[in-house]
Design a protein around this ligand. Structure first.
Ligand SMILES: [Ca+2]
Ligand SMILES: [Ca+2]
Ligand SMILES: [Ca+2]
Length: 467
């Protein structure tokens, strides 16, 4: 966990107050706009890291680690990649190891070689506090001049999803033996999970054209965005073993030939489809109390199609069960900038948006903006701004104990130990809840220790049980 002294924090607030920043109205919530980072090259993935920094891949071959308070950054990885700023390949998707405290590793996808005969590498690097080092290549597949997929997502079961594109050869997407046009699932060491839908294969879904958005929602639901050809960009739910139709089916099963293919192949239709294409890209599930109007939604970066006329951040409101879309709100199209990706500050609920300039392929200006609900952020004390703390009550407990960390968006696992070191109980943290209630009636009276591992770090607390 990063620690900022109260003095520095106060100085930061003062700086904000002194500047007249643009604001945006979202229902009853006012978002203040800040330019976090300008002048960077082609941000492709932005994510909030477990070290409380924003991590960014640049398609031109760099990983940046950005201080979210100041916008200062360091280049922590450089690779020679295909992209020189044109085309689609380059350094693309990124994800962090879920057990960062013990295993500070970063997964990165990047493309090398020549544009139409290149390699796409999924590598994992160790973070040494200064740079990404000790590269291990987990997987190498064909890269294309177009359609390289590559978005990454670590699931709660500690497996890694990776989208791949059809590299312009659409027939590959339906071939179970090809790794192109798929979602792949790997163990974090690169091996094939025993419970993948096709034994001995990385393949997790087929029939994907070029999916470049992945997000984990409530109840373990995984969402993806997927580029269509000229029509039918899609928002999907990723389901093990699913066939998503490409190239025989675009969007919904709504033509005669599609209906026949869908019936024969059990094709999974999208939640939503957009025609003409709007160029859907990075997505993030949002459920933070800071922007109530956006809770239980998918924030979706929209590049703006071939003509660059639809660029925006789309807020896809979800039904309570997460299985359907109830509406779309659009923001930030007036920037006329291609929107590439989105990330969320788990403490303040701020949304960071990566813009890739005004025209394909995104020569710039490139910028990461922050949209912050100042009213909410300023209501947090320093500790809440910086990380979760775990409280237990009643303490001592009798039959039940409730742990509260005061912030939503936790996901991970917990362990309870007796003070003799014996593991008493372990389980999953629900990503929606800011609390955990355990039955203690069967536990011996005594002192216990709980440790919660989650996507922002680890929190611990001791507590008593008395009967
Ligand atoms: Ca992201
Ligand atoms: Ca589809
Ligand atoms: Ca269709």
């Amino acid at each position: 966990m990063k620690h900022i002294t109260p003095l520095l924090f106060a100085a930061h607030v003062f700086t904000i107050a002194a500047l007249a920043q643009p604001t945006w109205e979202v229902g009853n919530t006012t978002l203040t706009e800040y330019n976090l980072v300008t002048g960077v090259q082609l941000p492709w993935e932005i994510l909030w890291g477990p070290d409380d920094h924003i991590w960014m891949t640049s398609r031109t071959g760099e990983v940046l680690r950005i201080d979210p308070e100041t916008g200062n950054y360091n280049v922590v990885l450089e690779r020679n990649v295909i992209s020189n700023g044109s085309g689609e390949p380059g350094m693309l998707g990124m994800a962090m190891h879920p057990d960062w405290e013990n295993t500070p590793q970063v997964f990165v996808v990047y493309c090398t070689g020549s544009a139409w005969n290149g390699d796409e590498h999924l590598s994992v690097f160790d973070w040494d506090g200064t740079a990404l080092v000790n590269e291990q290549t987990l997987l190498t597949i064909q890269a294309g001049g177009i359609h390289n997929g590559s978005r990454l997502l670590v699931l709660p079961d500690n497996t890694l999803l990776m989208t791949t594109g059809d590299v312009g050869s659409s027939s590959l997407a339906q071939l179970e033996g090809s790794l192109q046009g798929k979602t792949l699932r790997l163990n974090l060491d690169g091996s094939i999970p025993d419970d993948n839908p096709i034994a001995g294969s990385y393949v997790y879904t087929i029939g994907n054209r070029n999916s470049q958005g992945l997000a984990l929602g409530a109840n373990g639901i995984v969402y993806s965005s997927e580029h269509g050809q000229n029509s039918n960009d899609e928002l999907n739910i990723v389901s093990a073993g699913g066939n998503y139709g490409w190239p025989q089916v675009e969007g919904f099963c709504n033509t005669a030939s599609e209906q026949a293919f869908c019936a024969d192949n059990d094709v999974i239709e999208p939640l939503e489809a957009w025609t003409p294409c709007i160029a859907v890209n990075g997505i993030e599930y949002y459920d933070h109390v800071a922007i109530p109007e956006w809770q239980n939604s998918i924030l979706m970066a929209v590049l703006g199609g071939l003509g660059g006329q639809y660029e925006r951040l789309s807020v896809m409101h979800l039904a309570e069960d997460g299985m359907s879309v109830t509406g779309e709100d659009q923001f930030f199209s007036s920037f006329n900038q291609r929107v590439r990706d989105v990330a969320v500050n788990p403490y303040t609920g701020s949304v960071y948006v990566a813009f890739n300039g005004t025209s394909y392929p995104g020569s710039g200006p490139n910028i990461i903006k922050e949209f912050r609900n100042e009213a909410f952020a300023s209501s947090l004390d320093d500790e809440q701004q910086l990380g979760a703390t775990l409280t237990a009550f009643p303490n001592p407990a009798n039959d039940v104990i409730r742990f509260d960390w005061g912030l939503p968006l936790l996901q991970g696992t917990y362990e309870v130990y007796a003070y003799n070191g014996q593991l008493i109980q372990q389980g999953q943290l629900n990503g929606n809840d800011a609390s955990l209630t355990l039955a203690t009636s069967e536990w011996n009276a005594g002192t216990y220790f709980i440790r919660a591992f989650h996507d922002q770090g680890t929190v611990t607390s001791t507590f008593q049980v008395s009967h």
